[in-house]
Each structure stands twice: as C-alpha cells, then as structure tokens.
Design a protein around this ligand. Structure first.
Ligand SMILES: [Zn+2]
Ligand SMILES: [Zn+2]
Length: 420
C-alpha cells in the first residue's frame, strides 16, 4: 500500500490523502483551504478530480468545511462515503445556507448521492477494508479510519481530541476495533498553536455554570454545529435556571443528535430535559419576534441566548431586556484582526466586553502519547499542521516520524515482514 499526501503536510485546512493498492485509490477528505491559504486554485488530482476514476472512492472524516467543503467540485459518479449523522447535520446546515451561498445548493444535491456508514461497522471497497470508528472532535459524528490493504494497516486519525465529553471511550475503541497498526496518519494542528485553549469540555461547562449563576443575561456565540458545546451550554442553563433560547434552525441541528444518533442519541447529555425545553425564537416577516410573554419570562428568569453573527440576532439582542454578558465560544482567531480568518461582522456583534470561553477541538501534544502507545505504529505521518518538523522533533525518540511535502508518497512496512 502506498500513502500519498496531496495537500496538508504543511497546512491545517484542505488536507487530501490518497491510499493506493493494486490500482485502487482511496482518498480521504476533499475540503477547502482555510482563509489565507495558497491562491493556486482548486487542487487537481488525477483519479480524483479528473482522469480515470473507475477505481477511486472518497472517505469524509467529518463535516467541517476544510474536510468536506469542496466535494461539489468532484465528478458526479465518484463514490463518496461519510457518517450518517454527520451527513444529516451537513444537509441541515446547507439547507439553511443555500439562499446566501450557491455552493450549499450544490452541496444539497451532492449529499443525496453520498453513501453512509456507521461507527464500528467495517466495509470494503476495491482492495481496501475500512473500519470507521467514532472520534471526539468539535464536529459531531467525526471519524478515524483503519484502512487495510495488501497486508498493511494504517490508522487515519482525522481531526480529534482527548479532552471532550466522549473522549474517554477512545482507548477502548482502539483496543476493540483497531489494534496495532503499521502507520498512523495523524492530525497535528496544535503543535504550532501552543496558546490554544485546552481544558476539558467538562471543566468548561462548569465555568459556564458559574458564569450563568453570576450573570443573569447571557449571549453566547458558538458554531451552530458544535453539538457538544451546545448541549453543554444547554445543561448549564438548566442547572442555573436560565431560559435557553435558540432559533428553529439550531433546534433542528440539536434534534438530529438527540433523536437519531445510534450511540449517543439516548444519552442524557444529548437530550432536552422534560420540563426545560429550549425556547424557540419565533419569526414575523423574517425577523425574530419578541412576544410580551417572552419578554416577561426573560426578565424574570434570565437567559442563555445562543446567537450567531447576523442582523436578525443583532436586532433581537437589542430588544431583549437587561444588561448582557456576551461570550465567544469558538476559536478567538476569528476576532483577531491580525489573523487571515478574521471575521469583522462577528467581532462587531460580539462587542468589546466579551469573555473568551472555549476549548480546542484538537488534542494537546502530551495526550497523544497514550493514543500512540496503543497503536504502536512503525511510522507516523503528521498531517493538518503548519509545523510537521516540530512534531517530528517532539516524538522522534519514541517513533519514526515521516515528514512529507505535499505530493510525496510513503510506503509503510508490512507487519508480516517484521514477523518473518
Ligand atoms: Zn475539524
Ligand atoms: Zn480540520
């Protein structure tokens, strides 16, 4: 088996990896580069974007735009595989955004043809055996893959972390479904983000609880698809007797997990409490509408409003009573004018006196060791990172780290060779 990284050896967004065996080509992810990425245009790959695709397929690790965002540019008959719940969340997101961004209209069409898989249920394609396992990340229903062909096994981590609500299951999942592998293709985002906010999702929720106790009126800016954070905030609001307010789109996204996820859908964490259903925002002529009953309720109880940066929310926030504390519950690079990802609109909606309360969707370097000790790889290829050399420096005494450039290939050794 041959592993080729087309993009992502020295950048975070838009990673594309190819596994090749016996003429079959299995690609992983085809997303957008993060803002500020190279301006070379769309990545062209023979056997993926053009040429003979009769022995090609694409796996998607999760619904973040840097992993799925460019699939609309791929040939219509290329088979694409992704998790079912993740697909449903992307459908809802694209449906919501289709009127403001035509790409999402195309995405809706492409998603109809996507094949779905379930965690822990292996499937084969061409020469490959694929085992998808669920992994904790700021996107829900994110996957890592064991990819096996020609007697060689690779573990493709996708984006992941070890400090989320669902991370505790990872060692058990690796032991049960993955075992030891020849090669790990490993995301390494935080090697060059030493200042990334990394506390456990659980501790972050505790901080929110304390803040919601202290502050009666709360407005939180959070990604509409960060399911763990949303439910963490919801339960923090319930525990502090604040009214939890979301719009209908946000409710539909949360319902996808609480009603449909085969593993987590029944967990209390991902469900609404019987007598504390979220209050949905109603609209009148497109705008959010404040009834006198709602005004009274918010004034009486205090609230946690889940907001997004747009004129509807900006206007609604002006209408609701009391002094408000605003929070940024996503990466602060979006409101840092020195970063290419700077979002002026968000910075404006957020105002000056916001609190930054967030934890990263990516693991911290220290916790990776425990994961690697279970996988015992003979080689590790860092991916989804700006600095694979620093990653190699950190782990070179324990594992063989293969630093590639975009377009380079690596052939992992077969386990069998070691036994013989
Ligand atoms: Zn991601
Ligand atoms: Zn990513």
């Amino acid at each position: 088996m041959n592993i080729k990284v087309h993009r992502g050896t020295h950048q975070v967004g838009g990673c594309v990896t190819e596994y090749e065996s016996n003429g079959y080509r299995l690609f992983v992810d085809y997303g957008e580069e993060l803002p500020g990425g190279s301006k070379k245009g769309d990545l062209q790959v023979e056997g993926l974007t053009h040429g003979d695709i009769s022995k090609s397929a694409l796996l998607i690790t999760h619904y973040h735009g840097d992993h799925i965002g460019s699939i609309t540019k791929l040939p219509k008959d290329l088979p694409i595989f992704m998790g079912k719940v993740g697909r449903d969340i992307q459908l809802e997101l694209s449906d919501h955004l289709k009127s403001v961004d035509g790409v999402h209209q195309e995405m809706l069409g492409r998603l109809q043809t996507v094949n779905t898989f379930e965690p822990g249920k292996p499937f084969s394609w061409g020469d490959f055996n694929i085992m998808p396992v669920t992994i904790d990340h700021s996107a829900f229903d994110a996957y890592a893959f064991k990819i096996e062909a020609d007697g060689v096994t690779a573990f493709h981590t996708g984006d992941f972390r070890t400090h989320g609500f669902r991370s505790k299951t990872l060692p058990g999942v690796i032991k049960k479904f993955i075992g030891e592998v020849d090669c790990v293709v490993c995301e390494a985002t935080n090697i060059s983000r030493p200042d990334a906010a990394i506390i456990s999702e659980h501790d972050l929720q505790k901080e929110y609880k304390e803040l919601f106790t202290k502050n009666k009126n709360n407005v939180v800016y959070v990604s509409s698809t960060n399911i763990d954070r949303l439910f963490g905030l919801y339960h923090a609001a319930c525990d502090t007797n604040r009214v939890f307010i979301i719009d209908e789109y946000q409710k539909r996204i949360m319902d996808i997990v609480s009603k449909r996820d085969p593993i987590w859908g029944k967990s209390e964490l991902y469900n609404f409490e019987e007598n504390k259903q979220p209050i949905p925002l109603t609209r009148k002529r497109g705008k959010f509408w404040m009834t006198s009953k709602l005004k009274w309720l918010l004034g009486e109880m205090g609230y946690v409003l889940i907001a997004r940066s747009n004129p509807y929310f900006d206007e609604f926030i002006q209408m609701i009573p009391g002094d408000k504390q605003t929070y940024l519950s996503m990466w602060n690079g979006y409101v840092d004018p020195s970063k290419p990802a700077y979002n002026e609109k968000l910075a404006k909606s957020l105002g000056e006196s916001f609190l930054y309360k967030h934890t990263s969707g990516h693991y911290d370097m220290n916790s990776l060791r425990d994961v690697l000790q279970l996988l015992k790889p003979k080689a590790i290829i860092p991916l989804h990172t700006e600095n694979p050399e620093a990653f190699a420096q950190l782990f070179k005494d324990e594992w063989q780290v293969i630093v590639l450039n975009d377009g380079d290939s690596f052939q992992p050794y077969r386990s069998k060779n070691f036994v013989l």
